[in-house]
Design a protein around this ligand. Structure first.
Ligand code: XLS
Ligand code: NI
Ligand code: NI
Length: 445
C-alpha cells in the first residue's frame, strides 16, 4: 500500500518531500538508487521482500550521547518543557519522517513513545494517550506497526534484571510495563511483540542463582504470552538474542541458545526469534549464520538490520552498508522463504558526528539501497550461476546407496565401520571456499 506523507502542525524536515526512486545513475543523496518499492524480484515486490521498519528509539529519541559526553544532534521535536508535549512532537516527527521515506512499518518501546509517569497508572495513562494519537497517524499515513516492546532495562530499578531480578517486587514492575506495552501493540495492530532481555543476565556467579533466574524468565514469558492471547494478540512473540552488553553473561546469548530455551520451556509455538546483525557478530557469528540457524529450527521471526564496527567488539548499531555481508544475508533470506510476518527494522543510529537532520534520511536511504542491491545480486547468483548445483553436489554421496540408507537410519555403526574397511581411504574433496567467495564478487555489479 502506498504511504501518504503525514506532517503535524510543524514540518520538521522542510525541503524534503517523499523520497523518490531515481535509479543507479542518480547522484541525489535524497533519492533511492536501487530500492524501487514496486519492482518485482524473485516473484515479490521489493516492498514485500523487506518490510522495512524504522526504530523509534534511535531515530527520534537518540541525540548521540556516549559515555564521554552528551548528545550532539539537535532534534527540534525534543525541544520544550512538558514531556507529554515533547512526546506528541516526537510522534509528529516520526510519522513525517517515516512517510517521507515511504517505509511501511515502525517499531517502538513504551518509553520511546510516552514518558514514564510517577506511578504505574500514570505511566499507563501516558502511553494510552500517545497510542490513540499514533492510531490516527497510522490511519492517515498507511504506516503500520511491525512490533512493540517494553523498555525494562533503562530505569535504575532494573539494574539487576527485570524478569530475572532476584527481587520479586522489581519483576512486578516489569510485568506492569509488558502488560501495558502488549495492550498498546494490540491497539495499534502490531504484527509482532519483542522481548530483548536487556538486563536479563548476570555479572558474577558468586551472587547468582542462574537456574532460578532463567526459570523466572520462562515463567514471565509464559504469563506474558497468556495475557497477550487473552487480549487478542494474534501475532508472533519474538526474543532478540544478544551475547553481552549490558550484562557480562546475557541469558539470550545467540540464536542457538534461544532455540534451546524456547524448546525446553515449551514456548516454541508462540515465540520466534528477532535477529540483529550487530548482536550476531558480537557472538562471533555472521548475520547469515544466525538467520539460517533460526530458519532451520522453524523459529525465524524478524530482523534488526544494522552492523557493528569490524574493528571493535561492541554494539555500535551502525547503519548496514556492507554490500558483501548484505548479499550473504539475502542469499539465505531468498532460500529460507523470506520474512513472513517479520520485517527489517533499522536498529541503527547515525554517528555522533553526523549532526545534520538530513543525515538521518541519508543513513536510512543508504541501508535500504544496500539491501535492495544485495537482493538483486543474490537473486542473480541463485538464478544465473551454478551456486546451488555446486552446493548440492557436495552432498551427493548421501543422495543414493549407503549414504541415503544412513540418512534414513538404516545403517548401524558396525556396518559403517565395515564400509570404511572395504572402501579404504577416501580421496580429498575440495570445499572450494574461494570459488564461492569469488562468485559473490563476480556478481557484485
Ligand atoms: C539493544 C537491542 C534493542 C532491541 C529492542 O541492543 O537491539 O534495541 O532491539 O529492545
Ligand atoms: Ni535490536
Ligand atoms: Ni542492539
Amino acid at each position: 500500500m502506498p504511504i501518504t506523507v503525514t506532517t503535524g502542525e510543524k514540518e520538521y524536515f522542510p525541503g524534503i518531500g517523499q523520497i523518490p526512486f531515481e535509479g543507479p545513475d542518480s547522484d541525489n543523496p535524497l533519492a533511492f538508487k536501487f530500492y524501487d518499492a514496486d519492482r518485482i524480484v524473485a516473484g515479490k515486490t521489493m516492498r514485500d521482500h523487506f518490510r522495512f521498519a524504522i526504530a523509534y528509539w534511535h531515530t527520534f529519541c537518540n541525540t548521540g550521547d556516549d559515555p564521554f559526553g552528551p548528545g550532539t544532534q539537535p532534534l527540534p521535536w525534543l525541544e520544550g518543557g512538558d514531556p507529554m508535549q515533547i512526546a506528541r512532537q516526537k510522534l509528529d516527527a516520526a510519522f513525517e519522517f517515516i512517510s517521507k521515506l515511504g517505509v511501511p512499518f515502525y517499531c517502538f518501546h513504551d518509553r520511546d513513545m510516552a514518558p514514564e509517569g510517577k506511578t504505574v497508572p500514570e505511566s499507563e495513562k501516558n502511553l494510552q494517550v500517545l497510542v490513540e494519537l499514533a492510531k490516527a497517524k497510522q490511519k492517515a499515513s498507511g504506516i503500520k506497526l511491525l512490533w512493540g516492546t517494553a523498555n525494562v532495562f533503562g530505569n535504575p530499578r532494573y539494574m539487576n534484571g527485570a524478569a530475572t531480578n532476584p527481587d520479586f517486587h522489581v519483576l512486578t514492575h516489569a510485568a506492569a510495563q509488558v502488560k501495558a506495552a502488549l495492550e498498546a501493540t494490540v491497539a495499534l495492530g502490531g504484527e509482532n511483540y519483542v522481548f530483548w532481555g536487556g538486563r536479563e543476565g548476570y555479572f558474577t556467579l558468586l551472587n547468582t542463582q542462574m537456574k532460578r533466574e532463567i526459570d523466572h524468565l520462562a515463567m514471565f514469558l509464559q504469563k506474558a504470552r497468556d495475557y497477550g492471547r487473552k487480549i487478542g494478540f494474534k501475532g508472533t512473540f519474538l526474543i532478540e538474542p544478544k551475547p553481552m552488553e549490558p550484562t557480562k553473561h546475557q541469558y539470550d546469548y545467540d540464536v542457538s541458545t534461544v532455540i534451546g530455551f524456547l524448546r525446553h520451556y515449551g514456548l516454541d509455538r508462540d515465540f520466534k526469534i528477532n535477529i540483529e546483525n550487530n548482536h550476531a557478530t558480537l557472538a562471533g557469528h555472521t548475520f547469515a549464520h544466525e538467520v539460517q540457524t533460526a530458519a532451520d529450527a522453524g523459529l525465524f521471526g524478524s530482523l534488526d538490520v544494522n552492523q557493528g564496527d569490524p574493528y571493535n567488539g561492541w554494539d555500535t548499531d551502525e547503519f548496514l552498508h556492507n554490500l558483501y555481508d548484505a548479499v550473504e544475508l539475502m542469499l539465505v533470506m531468498l532460500r529460507v522463504g523470506g520474512l513472513g510476518h517479520g520485517g527489517m527494522n533499522f536498529d541503527a543510529k547515525t554517528r555522533r558526528c553526523s549532526t545534520d537532520l538530513d543525515d538521518i534520511f541519508i543513513a536510512h536511504i543508504s541501508s535500504i539501497d544496500t539491501l535492495a542491491r544485495a537482493l538483486v545480486i543474490a537473486d542473480d547468483i541463485l538464478q544465473k550461476s551454478n551456486f546451488l548445483a555446486k552446493r548440492r553436489e557436495r552432498y551427493a554421496s548421501f543422495d543414493s546407496g549407503k549414504g541415503l540408507a544412513f540418512e534414513q537410519g538404516k545403517v548401524g555403526l558396525d556396518e559403517l565401520a565395515e564400509l570404511a574397511a572395504e572402501w579404504g581411504e577416501p580421496k580429498l574433496i575440495s570445499a572450494k571456499q574461494e570459488w564461492y567467495e569469488s562468485l559473490i564478487n563476480q556478481y557484485l555489479r
